[in-house]
Design a protein around this ligand. Sequence first.
Ligand code: FAD
Length: 498
Amino acid sequence: MTDHAIRDVVIVGGGTAGWMTAAALSRFLGGGGTRIRLIESEQIGTVGVGEATIPTIATFNQMLGIDENDFLRHTQGTFKLGIEFVDWRQIGERYFHPFGQFGRDIEGANFHQLFLKLASRGLAADIWHYAPCAMAAAAGRFNRTVDPTFGPMPYAFHFDASLYARYLRGYAEARGVERIEGRISDVALRGEDGFVDTLTLDDGRSVTGELFIDCSGFRGLLIEEALESGYEDWRHWLPCNRAVAVPTANIGDPPPYTRATARSCGWQWRIPLQHRTGNGYVYTNEYLSDEDACAALLNSVEGEPLGEPRFLSFVTGRRNRFWNRNVVAIGLSGGFLEPLESTSIHLIQTGIAKLLALFPDTRFLEVEAGEYNRLMRAAYDGVRDFIILHYHATTRDDSPFWNHVRTMDVPETLARKIDLFRAKGRFFRYDDELFSLASWVAVLLGQGIIPKGHDPLVGAMDENSLAHRVEELRQSVRRSVAAMPSHAEFLRAHCAAA
Ligand code: FAD
């Protein structure tokens, strides 16, 4: 440890973000003489939603050395192979965004280009037939491995977020993290440089630190209320600002996928866990009252409600600066994108990984904070464009909400992606963005953006031999899926909650 090493880290907040951060820091800083404390207030509580994830969460758990079956048992978790989108392009239509690839590239050409060439001549099935995750989800089957053609099955989880936070709390406390229960009522800044210095709790206790991680949720207690780091508001692109959520009893076995159903003024999630199903309607109160949103939710859920509906408010957007002086904002304090592609927990993970990659010492170099901010802005902006695509590429005209999102201007980065795809099915990933070619292809085609042509480079490939090879891939997906146990059987055998 150098003379400048950080010895005192204070995490403000004990929601998913706080405990994920505490667990990761205890794993990587623990034992090195750094004290890690986490302050949370039971009185304030946590946001208490956030149940669907993407495959990167498995990497986070592995990094902590967590046994996956044990984690699923403790969080009532299920497996997730993708998201079914219902009524997005038009009422009555549906598509699937699977994890992993469609088919396989052949002779250096992207599968979707070959598919477009064959499909234009009626020589291919629907593209979802070439995606193991889509077909397994449709059949309600799951396995961690798939056949040698496709490699291991990509998957994520649905879980009870408060149980996950509790699970990680156990992990972090076992590695020395100290939990402080109390409500912070004052934040004092250092006179000379405006760094956060001391937090005062309601009962008069004070907590000092060198590095503060703000995981205090939407309000951004340190990053915004104390340091005024600024917020870029994205409501002109993503107008939803409310959600109403209610858990219901399961009817039948939990399916291995999330469902997102477009509604007249937003969309509704269905997230299956082992012991219940999470449901919620994300909407804007500009066009829909809370009462009507709640009634629409309760009228459409499949099982018996297990509690009172809860309302949440938010402003889509992100901080101008995630890292400001000696404060780093992770989680909802850093920004909010609606959970249409289940990305919030992933963005927490990204915030933690980048913090570890740029971990400061007490000199707090501006260049490191600047790089952190650049990387996190790009991470949020990339997800933002992908989410806007789902709304904008619709033909729905049945409500003022859909008329607005269908006709609005979109970010230039997204407009360019849509134009390139519409012309010849081309796609380029910007700035290390999260979603890959396969994800964009799933949603672009699913939303009805059908390229006018394909890449001229696949034009010369022999059509019959190509059709034969692509059909072999489809058969291979079919055989792999048929050999899998049902998702429910797999859960019962390996990860059933006690
Ligand atoms: P919070 O859960 O709000 O925690 C804040 C913490 O700060 C609490 O412990 C609180 O006690 C503490 N705190 C605040 N002020 C003080 C104070 N003054 N003194 C002491 N302590 C204080 N994400 C996904 O990945 N997938 C999803 O499916 C998903 N669905 C969502 C649906 C909705 C409607 C919403 C709103 C969010 C969803 N999210 C989802 C996001 C996810 O819920 C959050 O990213 C995640 O829960 C992290 O929240 P957090 O820890 O940042 O904040």
